[in-house]
Design a protein around this ligand. Structure first.
Ligand SMILES: [Zn+2]
Ligand SMILES: [Zn+2]
Length: 265
């Protein structure tokens, strides 16, 4: 079974409705966490999972809303005599080590261990039989990677934070599911032009997903503090994208690929 659970769907500023973006992917025997903001423990438990069962953590980049929960997660699992594989760019892996050192979370009394591994651009690593991950540099921060997961049953791409980027069109080509930065409608990018260098509008995301031939699109990392409606997001994406579309809420689980998708909101 392939199931994705959104622990958060918001941007850097958490609101009453949307916490920082992070998701769990259950795929066969793997439980993969994408990004590690804040305290995830309660949300992971509420979703019916146990944090110590996570088999791999993929961190897209070192902005606080994507990595600040990493030392907390290790601290909360400190009595578990086990380990988790951690993947990211070289810069992200170095930074994740520094965070653990800062909190003295690599001392002997900490039983929980991480196995950090640099994911070089374009390199494919097998997580377990038939399940592979690949990292793609994207336009956002020097540490940024998007991730692609391929398995016999599905191909799924998670962009992390990114500007509209041709490398994402390539990475997401004909994928079953694209989970992508959709920070705000285009009118905010007109008002704050610098945003286009770091994030993707709903208008541009629709173009990207259509060009890539994506079957299912799940936008996220919404700047909920800007106050736009999800109806506006959906309308802008629909100007260009004809595939299936789900607008996720925090805590929502989605079985992939959806049989017959009911459109979110
Ligand atoms: Zn972010
Ligand atoms: Zn960022």
């Amino acid at each position: 079974m392939v199931k994705v659970t959104f622990l958060g769907t918001g941007g850097a500023v958490a609101t009453a409705n949307r916490d920082n973006t992070s998701l769990l992917l259950e795929i066969d025997s793997e439980l993969v966490l994408f990004d590690c903001p804040g305290s995830l423990t309660t949300k992971i438990l509420r979703a019916g999972y146990r944090p110590e069962k996570i088999t791999a953590i993929l961190i897209t980049h070192i902005h606080p809303d994507h990595i600040y929960g990493w030392p907390f997660l290790v601290h909360s699992l400190r009595r578990e005599r086990q380990s988790v594989r951690l993947f990211g760019s070289k810069e992200t892996i170095n930074f994740s080590r520094q965070l653990l050192d800062l909190f003295r979370l690599q001392d002997e009394k900490i039983l929980f261990r991480s196995e950090p591994q640099v994911l070089f651009p374009g390199e494919e690593i097998e997580l377990s039989a038939g399940i592979k991950i690949t990292g793609y540099p994207v336009s956002h921060h020097s540490s940024s990677l998007a991730f692609k997961v391929t398995a016999p049953s599905i191909s799924l791409v998670f962009s992390g934070d990114t500007a509209f980027d041709d490398s994402m069109v390539k990475a997401a080509q004909n994928s079953d599911c694209l989970i992508h930065d959709c920070s705000a409608p285009s009118r905010f990018f007109e008002r704050f032009p610098f945003l286009a260098a770091y994030h993707t509008s709903s208008l541009m995301l629709g173009k990207l997903a259509e060009r890539a031939g994506v079957k299912n699109l799940i936008p996220c990392h919404f700047f909920d503090d800007f106050g736009f409606s999800m109806e506006e997001i959906k309308e802008e994406i629909r100007k260009n994208f004809s595939g299936d579309l789900i607008i996720p809420e925090d805590g929502q689980s989605i079985i992939l690929p959806p049989e017959k998708m009911a459109e979110g909101l």
